[in-house]
Design a protein around this ligand. Sequence first.
Ligand code: NDP
Length: 495
Amino acid sequence: MSEVQILASVQQFITRQHGHFIHGQCTDAESSERVALVNPATEQVIATIAVATEHEVDQAVQSAHDAFHHAWADTSPYERGQKLNKLADLVEQHAEELAQLETLTTGKLINLSRHLEVAQTVVFLRYFAGWATKIHGQTMQPSIPSMQGEKYTAYTMRQPIGVVAGIVPWNFSLMIGCWKIGAALTTGCTIVLKPSEFTTLSLLRLAELAIEAGIPAGVINVVTGTGQTGQYLIDSKYIKKVSFTGSVPTGIAIGQQAMKNDLTRVSLELGGKNAAAILADANIDEILPTLLQATFVHQGQVCAAPERFFIHQSKYDEFIEKLTGAIQQFKIGSPLDESTMFGPLSNKAHFDKVKQYLQMAQNNDQVISGGKVLAGIGYFVEPTLLKVTGVDDPLFIEETFGPVVDVIAFESDEELITMMNHSRFGLTASVWSNDLAKALRLIPQIEAGSVWVNMHTFLDPAVPFGGVKASGQGREFSDAFIEDYTELKSVMIRY
Ligand code: NDP
């Protein structure tokens, strides 16, 4: 095993006594309460983070509020775009440092941290930067009849909503944090971020880079801590919108809390139990590499990744045999080793949750392949394939958010659609087939915010993303985010 050398700058950063990032600087924490950050591959504590008091959260929001009305409001759309592009440049320059921070705290394979988390962060920031100069209203001709020769005209303008609370999960904290930063800053909003307590470091470092990029103090603030910190943030008086990515129960609680605060806006990107449909004509050898990557990327801890496989009866045995053969070849090991194909789960709480599902599957004799927790140090489990008893099997219903896939056979298209839609979730789905006509007929019937054909788990800034049913509310990316971060003002003029 040969692990990449941890950079001196990373060592230095993780050994700091971290506070919060408020009004352009790292602040000392008011409270002595701290949370330990544990490297999931070694189970060693690598750093601790501060738990924000309500007062600190309010300070951060006040700073964002002031910046919204002054520093950021005085910045032209062109300058906002330039500064986001500059931030993207700095992320690129500090790519290895940020990638290592992510890998140390999440167990993400180092190459995934480099080529997906950090590289995509740059792509998304640049995409959002481009929108700054393209946000506009419309003119319209009112239909009011003219009584005395007077005329009417009307137009709309889009205005930034104000201070946004960005609450971020642990699986891709840098990238998801930057989706929220990009959307907020390009529309003229300011932001206070609350990263997950498990993966706080990369966003604290990013906030420093934002100052280097010339983004004024107060435009991006970071408060660290637990779920309670998130609650203080939502309740803080200048918060105008909550952009949340995380689990369904937390999303529902946040939505209710935000509504009580004079209808604070919310956008919710939540969980899924995503379906992949492998049709009768699919060439298993051709699709398997792409499907495997989409399913087991970051040990399956990706909201968009498939967990339910529906396989046409005629291909079932071949598919199971080949999938089993492929996942048994995964090299499991340290995420800092560039040759590792499969790392640990990201944190102890999640490891314990996935272990329970594996135990349930073992007890019911449902394991086709994998299903075991690896002995020794680290939160390692095997990539796992399960058979289910039917569509109401709890393992088929509940999101594991781990490397656990359930398989079931289908015979007709009607049966396929009924089973795919038998879920409270509706985030993503995919159809694997060369019969494009059939795929095009199935797509409208599938209850999901995103449907892919011969691919899965690919997010692109130009394509809207979000869930239906309990998987969320609102859309990110493309031009769909603009509505969520701006108020539409209507102006009518009589002349
Ligand atoms: P959680 O819902 O537990 O937490 C998400 C964030 O919310 C964390 O920062 C967490 O803080 C914070 N939080 C927890 N409780 C509260 C609260 N009551 N009020 C305000 N904030 C709170 O999700 P996970 O971090 O465990 O992420 C995994 C889940 O996220 C999965 O279900 C997955 O599907 C979903 N997800 C969805 C994505 C999407 O785009 N649809 C993308 C990525 C993940 P803390 O960590 O400190 O508890």
